[in-house]
Design a protein around this ligand. Structure first.
Ligand code: AMP
Length: 406
C-alpha cells in the first residue's frame, strides 16, 4: 500500500478551508503593518543553516534533511525561515532601503521525533524587519502579534527576555558556565552546557530545575545600551497593554539571536505557538552589511489546534498611510493612532528609527507612499493629524476621526 512519510501529513477539506482563512488573516495583518510577502526556495545550501543557526542547535546538527546534489552541492530542506530571508535580503541588495519588512508563509522541515505538536513537515508564518536598531520595531512587532491573536480570539501569553549583545552576552555566558560547572556533575550533558550554557534553560531533566532557578540571570549582566533597549521596550509595552511576562530563562534555540527574544503560548499548553527575536548581526555574519533584524515565526499546525472557528477576512487594507512624527515624544501617540487605523482596516507604515521629520519623509518618498500623516504636539493635543500629499506637497490639518473613518 502507498502511504506518506512519517511526520508529514495530507491536509484535506474541510480542514483546508481553515488553513486558507488563517493564512489570509495572517497576511492581512502583515499588510496592515507594511510588510510585503517574500517567497524563497524550499531548498537552500545546507551551510546557510549550519552557520546561521549554530552547530550546537539541534536543528542544524541533527534534524536537517540534507542531501548531496548531483553536482556535489550539499542542499537542505529549509528548517526555518529567517536564514533564507536574510540570504535573500543580502543577495538582492534590499539593504539599499533603511527599513525592509517582509513576511513569509510556507512549509518547513525538521526530522524530529514525531509526537503531539511536532511534525517533520510543518508550516510557519513569519515576519522579518531589517534595518532598525531602535526598540520601536520590537514594540510594533509585538503589537502585530497581539493583533493576530486578538483577531483569532485566542488568548496568547507572551514571554520576553533579553539575551544581550556581543559585548555583554559573553560575560553572562562565562558566569553561567562557571555556575553550571560547580553544580552539575561531569557527564555528556555538562559537555553540552559548556559549549552553550543557555541550553541549561531548555533542559527537561528534573534534577536541573533547582540549578536553573538559582542560575545567574542575564538581566543583571546587560550592558547600558542593552538595558536601555529592554527598558524602553518594556515601558512602551506596558503603556500599550501588551501584557508581557518577563522570563529570564527564555533562551531560544538558535545562535543568531541577540537582545529581545520572545515566545508565546496559548492556554496552558507548554509548547510554544510562536517564537522570535532580534538577530542584529546575522546579516553581517552572512557577509552582508552589519544591519540589525527582528522577526518571529508562528507554527500553523500548533496554532490551528487551539482554534475552533476562524473569522472570514477581506484580504487587503483599504488604504495605506505612512505615519510620521515630529520626534520621539510623539511615538506613543503615533502608535496609538496607528493601532486605531489598523483596527479600521487601514494600513500604517512608520519609520521605526524615528529621528527627524525630514528623514522620515525621505523614507516615505523612497517607499513611494503618497499619503503621509504627521503627528506633532499640536495635532496630538487637538486630536487632529496633518495629512500631506507627497506628490504635490499639499498639507492639511484634519480631525483624526476623519482619517479613521476613511
Ligand atoms: P522555531 O523556528 O523553532 O523558533 O519555532 C517557531 C514555531 O514553529 C514554534 O513555536 C512552533 O509553533 C513551530 N514549530 C517548530 N517546530 C515544529 C515542529 N516540528 N512541528 C510543528 N510546529 C513546529
Amino acid at each position: 500500500m502507498v502511504r506518506n512519510p512519517k511526520g508529514m501529513r495530507d491536509i484535506l477539506p474541510p480542514e483546508t478551508l481553515k488553513w486558507r482563512r488563517l493564512e489570509i488573516l495572517l497576511s492581512k495583518v502583515a499588510l496592515l503593518y507594511g510588510y510585503g510577502e517574500i517567497r524563497t526556495p524550499i531548498l537552500e545550501f545546507s551551510d546557510l543553516f549550519r552557520k546561521g543557526l549554530g552547530d550546537q542547535s539541534d536543528v542544524a546538527l541533527k534534524e536537517m534533511y540534507e542531501f548531496v546534489d548531483k553536482n556535489d552541492d550539499v542542499l537542505a530542506l529549509r528548517p526555518e525561515g529567517t536564514a533564507p530571508v536574510a540570504r535573500a535580503f543580502i543577495q538582492h541588495h534590499l539593504y539599499d532601503s533603511p527599513m525592509v519588512k517582509l513576511f513569509y508563509d510556507g512549509p518547513m522541515f525538521r526530522r524530529e521525533r514525531p509526537q503531539a505538536g511536532r511534525y517533520r513537515q510543518f508550516h510557519q508564518f513569519g515576519v522579518e524587519c531589517f534595518g532598525i536598531e531602535e526598540p520601536f520595531v520590537d514594540v510594533e512587532i509585538l503589537l502585530l502579534v497581539k493583533r493576530i491573536f486578538s483577531l483569532l480570539g485566542s488568548p496568547l501569553t507572551l514571554h520576553i527576555n533579553s539575551l544581550g549583545c556581543n559585548e555583554c552576552r559573553p560575560r553572562y555566558m562565562d558566569a553561567l558556565r562557571r555556575f553550571i560547572a560547580d553544580r552539575i556533575p561531569e557527564d555528556e550533558e555538562l559537555d553540552r552546557f559548556m559549549k552553550n550554557p543557555l541550553k541549561l534553560f531548555d533542559s527537561k531533566n528534573p534534577e536541573h530545575s533547582i540549578v536553573k532557578s538559582e542560575a545567574p540571570k542575564i538581566t543583571s549582566f546587560l550592558c547600558d545600551d542593552c538595558k536601555e533597549h529592554y527598558e524602553t521596550l518594556m515601558d512602551f509595552a506596558s503603556k500599550l497593554n501588551l501584557d508581557l511576562v518577563e522570563d529570564n530563562e527564555l533562551a531560544r534555540g538558535f545562535d543568531y539571536y541577540t537582545r529581545t527574544v520572545f515566545e508565546g503560548y496559548v492556554g496552558d499548553d507548554s509548547l510554544a505557538v510562536i517564537g522570535g527575536g532580534r538577530y542584529d548581526h546575522l546579516v553581517a555574519y552572512y557577509g552582508g552589511p552589519d544591519i540589525p533584524g527582528i522577526g518571529f515565526a508562528i507554527g500553523l499546525e500548533r496554532l490551528l489546534t487551539t482554534l475552533d472557528e476562524i473569522p472570514k477576512v477581506d484580504s487587503e487594507p483599504t488604504k495605506t498611510y505612512f505615519l510620521a512624527t515630529t520626534g520621539n515624544d510623539m511615538v506613543m501617540a503615533a502608535f496609538t493612532l496607528a493601532e486605531l487605523l489598523r483596527s479600521n482596516n487601514i494600513g500604517v507604515i512608520m519609520d521605526l528609527r524615528q529621528g527627524k521629520l525630514q528623514k522620515q519623509l525621505k523614507l516615505a518618498d523612497k517607499m513611494e507612499i503618497e499619503n503621509v500623516l504627521i503627528m506633532g504636539e499640536e495635532e496630538y493635543k487637538n486630536n487632529t493629524v496633518t495629512v500631506r500629499n507627497m506628490k504635490t506637497g499639499e498639507q492639511m490639518v484634519i480631525p483624526q476621526e476623519a482619517v479613521i473613518n476613511g
